[in-house]
Design a protein around this ligand. Structure first.
Ligand SMILES: *Cc1c(COP(=O)(O)O)cnc(C)c1O
Length: 348
C-alpha cells in the first residue's frame, strides 16, 4: 500500500521561502499534526557538479547529490524522520529494524529524540562505527551472522513476541514517503528540469521507488512536464539479484549473496523487488553490476579529482556511469545525476 494525497493547493512559488529541510514539502508528507514532526534537519542536501570527471568522461554534466551531510551521515535519515514522526503520531512506543548499518543509526537517533524504544538488528560483520552509533543513541543492538535477510527474520520474530513495530524497508509505507523527498529536491534544486539519467545504488530500493512516486506526484501538481529520467539501478557483483531480475525478467532462484564493502547494497531478498523492476522498466532504464575492486578504486578517483569522499555505495553509482558511457548507453549531451548516499567516515 502506498500513501495517497489530495494534491492541489501547494504551489512551486510558496516553496521558495521555506525551511531548508525536506519538511519544506510537509503537505506532501503523511504527518497530520506538525507537533509530531521529529526532525534533526534532514534533507535539502547539496547537488555538486563534478566538472573534472564530466570532462574526463566526455559527458555534458555529471551531478552528485550528496546525502552524506544528512543527520547520522546517510539518506536513511529521510525515511526514518518521516517513519518515526508517523510512529509518534500513531502512539507507537517501540520499533525494531533490520539493517545493513545506516538505517539502524538513523532509527536510533530519531527514536531517541521521540522517546521511542529502538531495537536494531545488524550483521555482525558491519563496520564498528555503524554499530557504535546505535549504542550511543541508546538503542538495543543485536548482532547476527548473515546478511540483512537474516536480520529481517529476527525482526519479524521479535515484533511478534514483544509487540514492537517492525519498521523494515517497505513493510510500512512511511520510510518511502521520506525518501520521496529526494525527487522533489532534485526537481526544485535543478530549477524543475530533471536530469536525463539517475543512477541509484540499490538495496531495498526505497529511494528509487520513492523518487518515481515523487515524479508522478509532481506531474499531477503540474510542477514538471511529462519527460522523466531513465532510472538506473546499480548493485555489487557480490549480491545483485535485482540486476539478474532485470536481465531475465524473473527473480533468480539461486544467486551468490555475499557481504559487500557497500553494505547498503547487500540485500538478497528486497521486499519491493517488483516495484523496483517496474520503475526501471517504466522509465526505460537499465541495471549495472560493479565489482568490489571497482567500488574501492572509484572512491579514490572521485576524491583526488573532486575533493569529495564518497561511501562505497556512492562510488558504485560513479562506476555504473563509467560502464554505461563505455556501452554508449549514456550519450555525451546528457545530464546524469549520481548519489552519494552515505558518509565515507562511517565505514571504519
Ligand atoms: C540503505 C543504503 C542504500 C540502499 O538504499 P535502498 O533504498 O535500500 O535501496 C544505499 N546506500 C547507502 C549508504 C545506504 O545506507
Amino acid at each position: 500500500m502506498l500513501a495517497c494525497y489530495h494534491l492541489s493547493s501547494l504551489s512551486k512559488k510558496i516553496l521558495a521561502g521555506r525551511l531548508q529541510t525536506m519538511w519544506r514539502y510537509a503537505e506532501l508528507l503523511p504527518v497530520a499534526d506538525e507537533e509530531n514532526i521529529v526532525s534533526l534537519g534532514e534533507g535539502w542536501t547539496p547537488i555538486h557538479s563534478l566538472q573534472k570527471l564530466s570532462a574526463h568522461l566526455g559527458i555534458n554534466s555529471i551531478l552528485l547529490k550528496d546525502e552524506s551531510v544528512n543527520p547520522t551521515g546517510s539518506f536513511k535519515a529521510r525515511g526514518l524522520s518521516v517513519a518515526i514522526s508517523k510512529a509518534k503520531e500513531l502512539g507507537i512506543t517501540h520499533c525494531v529494524i533490520p539493517t545493513a548499518g545506516n538505517a539502524g543509526g538513523a532509527l536510533s537517533a530519531y527514536a531517541a529524540k521521540a522517546d521511542i524504544k529502538a531495537t536494531v538488528i545488524m550483521p555482525a560483520h558491519t563496520p564498528e562505527t555503524l554499530q557504535e552509533e546505535c549504542r550511543m543513541y541508546g538503542a538495543e543492538l543485536i548482532l547476527l551472522n548473515g546478511l540483512i535477510d537474516a536480520c529481517g527474520k529476527k525482526a519479524k520474530q521479535l515484533a511478534a513476541e514483544t509487540g514492537a513495530f517492525d519498521i523494515s524497508t517497505m513493510k510500512e509505507p512511511y520510510r518511502l514517503e521520506g525518501k520521496k523527498t529526494l525527487g522533489f529536491e532534485i526537481a526544485e534544486q535543478l530549477n524543475w528540469q530533471l536530469p536525463d539519467v539517475i543512477i541509484y545504488p540499490t538495496g531495498g530500493g526505497t529511494g528509487l521507488v520513492g523518487m518515481w512516486k515523487a515524479f508522478k506526484e509532481m506531474q499531477q501538481l503540474k510542477w514538471i512536464g511529462g519527460r522523466l529520467p531513465r532510472m538506473i539501478i546499480v548493485q555489487s557483483k557480490n549480491c545483485n539479484p535485482m540486476i539478474q531480475m532485470f536481465e531475465t525478467g524473473i527473480f533468480p532462484e539461486t544467486f551468490t549473496a555475499e557481504a559487500s564493502v557497500a553494505n547498503g547494497l547487500a540485500v538478497p531478498y528486497p521486499f519491493a523487488k517488483d516495484l523496483i523492476q517496474q520503475v526501471v522498466h517504466e522509465s526505460n532504464g537499465t541495471a549495472v553490476t560493479v565489482t568490489e575492486e571497482e567500488i574501492t578504486s572509484g572512491i579514490e578517483d572521485i576524491a583526488v579529482n573532486e575533493g569529495l569522499l564518497l561511501s562505497p555505495e556512492g562510488s558504485a553509482t560513479y562506476i555504473g556511469l563509467k560502464k554505461l558511457i563505455e556501452k554508449d548507453y549514456i550519450k555525451e549531451d546528457e545530464t546524469v545525476l549520481l548519489f552519494n548516499t552515505g558518509s565515507w567516515y562511517k565505514y571504519r
